[in-house]
Design a protein around this ligand. Structure first.
Ligand code: ZN
Length: 426
């Protein structure tokens, strides 16, 4: 079902014209209201919104980085007076200050709209019971799904993350049909079901909408098998709006449709900054087209993906982005070789004896980097360690230390999973 058929099926010509109009408006506001941005744009030779003759001129605009938000913490990049900001969210700063983002009432309206589209795209309809296990609070996951689900008319269960036994009880008693959480937390719930002896026949789950961390097709298979639902992938980041920037349709589940009337997407070479064509993998860059409180011009996400402009069987005309392969920040350079945690995940989840929980530890005990992969076995087998070691070497070219832990041995998270711990000096 399409939540907004008019805007989700625009012709490319209509969409481009709408995007240009909105981009000019956004640029005009930046020039007028955000001194830091005005200086930067002027330095790049952009004096007015009229300098943009076509969408190709987007390339003339400078990039915005996460460090810009930190440098102008907390409100330096806001484009509206403080009294127009009705909501604040923040991303967890792993080091230093968090990144603070703000929303006007209009921004919350747009966010609710794109989240209602996201849910409708996953096959969610009015009246369904939606179990929202994304974290509520400064993190955008909980409230983002919450607003979209209410707009769509779901019965929202705002349980937030954590307390897995309680999740299972509520899921069963309230008949949750839609599960929203991070993929790693979905697996925690599955494990708790198992431990509590709650069979899938006692649940009413139909569909799960998972995101906020990179995951693989192998993880999708594991979640679907263990929870008896269809899993779709959703993408977003607080700097752009939160969840709802793009999402998969249930019909094709082959790339996430970008809400292009609100977010303009580019893929660039992360080193040169050059814009890449469809199908070429690089860093995702988003420009907000309707955001009032905190507009973003060419925001570098650090996420690695590619764009697909071919038509989709669901009838939407928006382009799709491939599953995020990883974050540039998460990319590990181990003995000079670039590696993403997702490559390890793909290997582990193909081994039937291994549970879908893992963690990678990188260290440098001597002169050489050492990668240790922690995973859990479902059954004991003496050759399992050797088998995984071999499979990882085949897939990554690295000799990896494999440690098999008893069930529950890999640390669990209630939100985004911590996949990599880098203990190397420096
Ligand atoms: Zn589609």
């Amino acid at each position: 079902m399409l939540w907004n058929p008019d805007l989700e099926t625009l012709s490319r010509e209509q969409l481009t014209s709408l995007q240009l109009e909105r981009l000019r408006h956004t640029l005009g506001r930046q020039l007028e209201r955000v001194p830091v941005m005005r200086e930067r744009l002027n330095a790049a030779g952009v004096q007015s919104a009229e300098d943009l003759a076509s969408l190709d001129d987007l390339r003339r605009l400078p990039f915005t980085h996460k460090t810009d938000l930190r440098e102008h913490y907390p409100f330096g990049l806001f484009a509206v007076p403080r009294h127009e900001v009705v909501r604040i969210h923040a991303s967890s700063g792993t080091r230093g200050k968090p990144t603070v983002v703000g929303y006007t009432r209009g921004d919350l309206g747009v966010w609710s709209e794109v989240m209602a589209r996201t849910l409708a795209m996953a096959g969610v309809t009015r009246g369904m019971a939606l179990h929202n296990a994304y974290g509520y609070g400064l993190f955008t996951g909980g409230l983002g799904f919450h607003m979209g689900a209410e707009l769509l008319g779901c019965m929202v269960v705002p349980i937030s993350g954590g307390l897995s036994q309680r999740q299972v009880l509520i899921l069963e008693d309230l008949g949750g049909q839609v599960l929203c959480s991070t993929p790693s937390y979905a697996l925690n719930i599955a494990q708790t079901l198992d431990e509590q002896g709650v069979g899938l026949e006692r649940l009413k789950l139909e569909v799960g909408i998972f995101g906020a961390e990179p995951w693989t097709e192998q993880m999708r298979d594991a979640i679907e098998r263990q929870l008896g639902l269809k899993a779709v992938n959703v993408y977003g980041l607080s700097e752009i709006v939160g969840p709802g920037v793009s999402a998969e349709c249930i019909e094709a589940r082959n790339g996430a449709h970008v809400q292009e009337d609100h977010f303009l997407v580019e893929v660039i070479d992360p080193v040169t900054g050059d814009v890449l064509g469809p199908g070429q993998e690089g860093e995702l860059v988003f420009t907000t087209l309707t955001k009032e409180a905190l507009p973003m011009l060419r925001y570098r996400t650090g996420d690695i993906s590619s764009l697909d402009v071919t038509p989709c069987s669901c009838g939407r005309t928006t382009l799709r982005m491939a599953r995020v392969r990883g974050r540039i920040d998460d990319m590990l350079i181990i003995r000079g070789v670039n590696r993403y945690p997702s490559e390890v995940e793909r290997v582990l989840l193909r081994v039937p004896e291994v549970a879908p929980h893992y963690q990678m530890i990188v260290d440098r005990p001597g002169a050489m980097d050492e990668l240790t992969v922690l995973c859990e076995a479902k059954t004991t087998s003496s050759s399992l360690e050797r088998h995984i070691h071999h499979a990882l070497r085949e897939a990554t070219g690295l000799s990896v230390v494999v440690r098999i832990l008893p069930p529950g041995g890999v640390p669990r998270s209630e939100g985004k999973a911590v996949r990599v711990i880098d203990k190397r000096p420096g």
